[in-house]
Design a protein. Structure first.
Lengths: 160, 161
């Protein structure tokens, strides 16, 4: 991603410009509590996501219950309008969030998921995925923390 | 796990998502160490709260009885059990550790009152919290999680990350 961004947008870097996916995959691959997802289309990487399955929910209605936590999620730069118009593909975020929800159901967590949104993506998680916003998390760079309840997860997978 | 989405679902979600930004994770200001530092104080405080709750239930005590034994207010016990954003006083944690018969250091670490010494303890704490449910009596699953966590706390003393 860094090489692609450097060619096209040397001044304005995206919020996840610093992520080194190869290094990330290397760190987490051997750990049992992490699951990584890659979305491929025509043999090309369109997005990646890393989730963990040992965190606890913070929202009062399911406080302390196990939850799938999205550690990182990003789309490829050629799917972002600031780099390329028109973008090659859309919907990568939804496909990934659905994968996290399905994993949560698969693990018996009833679809509960959580994440810290990058600032530019808050609208997507709040209005598009209809997740519950729990406010800025001082322990996590003041990024907005979101959770999806079981009911919200059911709605997300059933009624787009 | 096999993922299968209907065409209709995909088409509608793609329309809805449009060209939205969807990134989640960390901002560049975070160091790679912060990325490795996967467990936040909120997570470990949830574990501490679950531990306190399970410990007293294992004894058949209510919050008032534990508060009395530790020389604390019942409200302090309830805050530790239910509010992960609450930062307890170090003395409060030490008093609880004394009642539990456990070393204070790892409990202070879980409360976010000392620098993390043992990455393994923090990982163990989050796994423990994830396995704990708030029900009246400890079930077999909870008891196993509880006992494993007590062992992890005891072993963590003197172990460096």
């Amino acid at each position: 991603m860094q090489a692609y961004c450097a060619k096209r947008l040397p001044a304005g870097k995206p919020e996840d410009y610093h992520w080194d996916w190869q290094q990330k995959a290397g760190w987490w691959r051997p750990l049992l509590g992490y699951h990584s997802f890659a979305l491929l289309c025509r043999n090309e990487l369109q997005g990646m996501m890393l989730v963990s399955d040992f965190n606890s929910a913070r929202l009062q209605e399911h406080f302390g219950k196990p939850i799938v936590y999205v550690v990182f999620l990003a789309t490829a730069p050629w799917n972002r309008p600031e780099f390329q118009k028109p973008t090659r593909y859309r919907g990568v975020g939804s496909m990934m969030i659905r994968a996290a929800v399905e994993l949560s159901f698969d693990l018996g967590f009833r679809g509960r998921i959580a994440l810290h949104s990058l600032p530019a993506a808050e609208l997507f998680y709040r209005d598009n995925c209809k997740m519950t916003e729990l406010g800025a998390d001082a322990a996590h760079q003041d990024l907005m923390y979101f959770e999806m309840t079981s009911n919200q997860a059911e709605t997300f997978r059933q009624r787009p | 796990m096999k993922l299968k989405y209907s065409k209709e679902w995909c088409a509608k979600r793609i329309d809805l998502e449009g060209e939205s930004e969807v990134g989640a994770g960390y901002l560049p200001a975070a160091t790679e160490n912060a990325e490795k530092d996967k467990v936040t104080f909120v997570d470990t405080r949830i574990a501490l709260g679950a531990f306190v709750s399970l410990w007293r239930r294992n004894q058949g005590w209510d919050a008032a009885r534990l508060a009395e034994k530790a020389g604390l207010e019942p409200q302090e016990i309830l805050e530790i059990e239910h509010d992960p954003h609450c930062e307890p006083e170090p003395e409060t944690v030490r008093k609880l550790a004394k009642v539990f018969g456990l070393p204070a250091k790892p409990l202070l670490e879980l409360a976010g009152l000392t620098e993390p010494q043992t990455a393994a303890l923090r990982e163990e704490a989050v796994r423990f919290a994830a396995r704990s449910e708030s029900v009246a009596e400890l079930n077999k699953h909870e008891r196993e999680a509880f006992e494993a966590f007590v062992t992890a706390i005891a072993r963590s003393v003197g172990r460096k990350k």
